[in-house]
Design a protein around this ligand. Structure first.
Ligand SMILES: Cc1ncc(C[n+]2csc(CCOP(=O)(O)OP(=O)(O)O)c2C)c(N)n1
Ligand SMILES: [Mg+2]
Length: 334
C-alpha cells in the first residue's frame, strides 16, 4: 500500500475546493433558473476526490451515482463539459466519449453497480490491467442491484471496488431506517468479500483504503466493499428542505468535521496552503465552470439528439424515430 504524498494531498485539496466552489455556484444558477436540479457535494469531497486520486485514469473505470461529477476532474476537463450539458438537459450530457473511463451520471438508484461489475469482469476476460470503482449511496444499498452485483462480483472474483458513500441520509431517510445491519461494510460478508469501513472525511484514509482495494483486485484477489462514513452537509438537492428533518445539532457537529477544513489545516501547518491558495483555487473553479457552461449553452441541439448514444449504431426502429423527429423539427422551423 502506498499512502498519498504531501504533494498528492495538495492536489486532492485543490480538487476538493474546486468541487465545493462549483457546486455552490451551480446551486445559485439553479435558483436563477439557468440549470436543472443540483445535488450539492458539500461533505462528500474527501471521499470522492481521494478515491479517484488512488486510481489510474488510463486503465481504471469510474461508475458514479449523481453527486460525484464535480469531484472527478482528475479524469479530465471533459467531465465538467459533459456535466454542464447534463445540467442544461442536453442529451449529449449523458455521453462521455472514449478514452474517458467515466460512465454518465446515474439517477436510477443502484443501477451503476452491476454496470461496474460487468465492466470489471469484461476487463478480466480481455486481460486488461484495470479496475472499476463504483460510487453508490447508503440509500442505493437497499436496491436489489446492490445485492445482485455484489454477489456476482464475489463469484466472478471481479476487479471491482464497491464504494458505499454513507452520508447518513437518503433524502430524508436516516441510516437507522435504511438498514438493521451493524454497518454497510458488514454486508460484504454475504458476498464472501472483504468489507472495510473508513472515515470518509479523512482524505488520506480513503486514498489508502481504495489503493489497497485496487491492489487486491489487480493481484487477482477480487472485489472489496469500502464504506466511507461522512455527513451530508447540504440539502439532498435543490428540490429539498433539509431543515425539516436534519437535527441542527447533528449538522453543527458534522460541520466541525468538514473534510475541507480538516485537510486545509493539515496542509497549512505544513506550509503547503494559505488564504491566497484558497482564493486562487476558488477563482479558477468559477472561471472553469462559467466557461464550460457557456460552451454547453452554445452546443447545437438537433431534434433527434435524444436518440444519440443509445447504441453504437442505430437499430431500424431508431432510424425510423430519427427520421420522424427530424421531420417534426423541420415542420417547427417553418
Ligand atoms: C430506483 C430509484 N428509487 C428511488 C429514487 C428516488 N431517490 C432519488 S435520490 C434518493 C436517495 C438516495 O440516497 P443515497 O443512495 O444514500 O444517495 P445520496 O443522495 O445520499 O448521495 C432516492 C430515494 C431513485 N432515484 N431511483
Ligand atoms: Mg446517502
Amino acid at each position: 500500500m502506498t499512502s498519498p504524498s504531501n504533494a498528492q494531498l495538495r492536489e486532492i485539496l485543490v480538487d476538493m475546493v474546486m468541487a465545493r466552489t462549483q457546486s455552490g455556484r451551480l446551486w445559485n444558477l439553479q435558483r436563477q433558473g439557468q440549470v436543472g436540479t443540483v445535488a450539492p457535494i458539500d461533505g462528500h469531497e474527501a471521499t470522492i476526490v481521494a478515491a479517484v486520486h488512488a486510481l489510474e485514469t488510463e486503465h481504471d473505470w469510474v461508475a458514479p451515482q449523481y453527486r460525484e461529477p464535480l469531484a472527478l476532474r482528475r479524469y479530465g476537463p471533459e467531465i465538467l463539459e459533459r456535466f454542464m450539458l447534463y445540467s442544461l438537459g442536453h442529451p449529449a450530457g449523458g455521453h462521455i466519449p472514449e478514452p474517458i473511463r467515466v460512465l454518465p451520471n446515474q439517477i436510477s438508484l443502484g443501477t451503476q453497480i452491476p454496470h461496474a461489475v460487468g465492466i470489471a469482469w469484461g476487463m478480466t476476460l480481455r486481460s486488461e490491467p484495470g479496475v472499476a470503482l463504483v460510487f453508490f449511496g447508503d440509500g442505493s444499498s437497499s436496491e436489489g442491484d446492490f445485492y445482485e452485483a455484489g454477489n456476482l462480483a464475489g463469484v466472478l472474483n471481479a476487479p471491482v471496488v464497491m464504494l458505499c458513500v454513507n452520508n447518513q441520509w437518503a433524502i430524508s431517510t436516516p441510516v437507522h431506517q435504511q438498514t438493521a445491519a451493524e454497518s454497510f461494510a458488514a454486508k460484504a460478508a454475504g458476498f464472501g468479500i472483504p468489507g472495510i469501513k473508513v472515515d470518509g472525511n479523512d482524505a488520506a484514509a480513503v486514498y489508502d483504503a481504495v489503493d489497497e482495494a485496487r491492489s487486491r483486485a489487480l493481484a487477482g484477489k477480487g472485489p472489496t466493499l469500502v464504506e466511507a462514513v461522512i455527513y451530508r452537509l447540504g440539502a439532498h438537492t435543490t428540490a429539498d428542505d433539509p431543515t425539516r428533518y436534519v437535527p441542527p445539532e447533528d449538522l453543527e457537529a458534522a460541520r466541525r468535521n468538514d473534510p475541507i477544513l480538516r485537510l486545509r489545516s493539515q496542509l497549512e501547518e505544513l506550509g503547503l496552503w494559505d488564504d491566497d491558495a484558497q482564493a486562487a483555487t476558488e477563482a479558477e473553479a468559477m472561471d472553469l465552470l462559467d466557461k464550460a457552461l457557456d460552451a454547453a449553452k452554445a452546443m447545437p441541439l438537433s431534434p433527434d439528439a435524444v436518440l444519440d448514444h443509445c447504441f453504437s449504431a442505430d437499430t431500424q426502429r431508431l432510424e425510423r424515430q430519427r427520421a420522424d423527429l427530424l421531420e417534426a423539427g423541420q415542420r417547427e422551423d417553418r
